[in-house]
Design a protein around this ligand. Structure first.
Ligand SMILES: NS(=O)(=O)c1cc(-c2ccccc2)cc(-c2ccccc2)c1
Ligand SMILES: [Zn+2]
Length: 263
């Protein structure tokens, strides 16, 4: 599709020219603020299956020019939703070394250092993710807020390979590890709402689950994400640092955010 960026003349305010859904309804991310929240006692803890990958399994770590992503095997899935949602990939959004605030979802206006998205598709209904990506019941994304604090050994399972994907379209194989360790401890405390892809084409096809509790990474780990990557190709003469790859919060319109916990 057409080129899009996070700033400048192809930035988010221009996305809707080539990607009409980006100017539509049910857009993500949003500011998760108290007045939108409604406690829902029927929201069950998220249950994930086969997230504990053996080191004998290889995962593809890649730089797609907009984010750092890890491809995930299709045995990984969410089993606690009304349909099976099979994992496809996980990726990140982050700030910059000078502005360590780059999460997409914010909570009562607080923006976190980064955010991880684990993207799943409704494999009960669709044969593959391409058929699911633009359907209103197609995707389920788990959102994990990331803040700077304690060192996180789980993140180092892939961060130690980040210098192999400095430039756009570079990929490296990394040994499998327990992806569950990238998620917060409490999978029973989360925000839930109907939204969209936060990047073009912005399809309103995502059942969002944003966990209440952030995970932490160290300042050094954050800086490696925020400073190691470029959105330009290795052979390009102009180096384009890849950072601040987050969309700003969108209007909630009349949407309610369901919450699985009372306090
Ligand atoms: N931020 S997100 O979760 O809404 C998201 C989902 C998917 C996605 C991935 C596979 C299938 C379907 C949707 C892709 C991206 C993406 C991020 C950077 C660059 C290009 C695309 C972002
Ligand atoms: Zn994302």
């Amino acid at each position: 599709g057409a080129k899009w960026t996070y700033g400048g003349p192809q930035g988010e305010h221009h996305w809707s020219k080539h990607y009409p859904y980006c100017g539509g309804t049910f857009q993500s991310p949003i500011d998760i603020k108290s007045e939108l929240l409604r406690f829902d006692p029927t929201l069950r803890p998220i249950e994930v299956q086969n997230y504990n990958l053996s080191p004998n399994e290889q995962l593809t770590l890649g730089n797609n020019g907009h984010s750092l992503q890890i491809s995930l095997p299709s045995k990984m899935h969410i089993s606690s939703l009304h349909r099976r949602f099979t994992a496809a990939q996980l990726h990140f959004h982050w700030g910059s070394s000078s502005r360590p605030a780059g999460s997409e979802h914010t909570v009562n206006g607080k923006q976190y250092a980064a955010e991880m998205h684990v993207v799943h598709y409704n494999s009960d209904k669709y044969p593959n993710i391409s058929m699911a990506v633009d359907k209103s019941d197609g995707l389920a994304v788990l959102g994990v807020l990331v803040e700077v604090g304690e060192f996180n050994p789980a993140f180092d399972q892939f961060l130690k390979f980040i210098n192999g994907i400095k430039y756009r379209d570079q990929k490296v194989q990394v040994p499998g590890f327990n992806i569950r360790t990238l998620l917060p401890e409490r999978l029973d405390e989360y925000y839930r709402y109907d939204g969209s892809l936060t990047t073009p084409p912005c399809y309103p096809s995502v059942l969002w689950t944003v966990f209440r509790n952030p995970v932490t990474i160290s300042q050094k780990q954050f800086l490696s994400i925020a400073t190691a990557l470029y959105s330009s190709y290795a052979q390009d003469s102009a180096l384009m640092p890849l950072h601040s790859n987050y969309r700003k919060p969108q209007l909630p319109e009349s949407r309610v955010v369901l919450v699985s916990f009372k306090e």
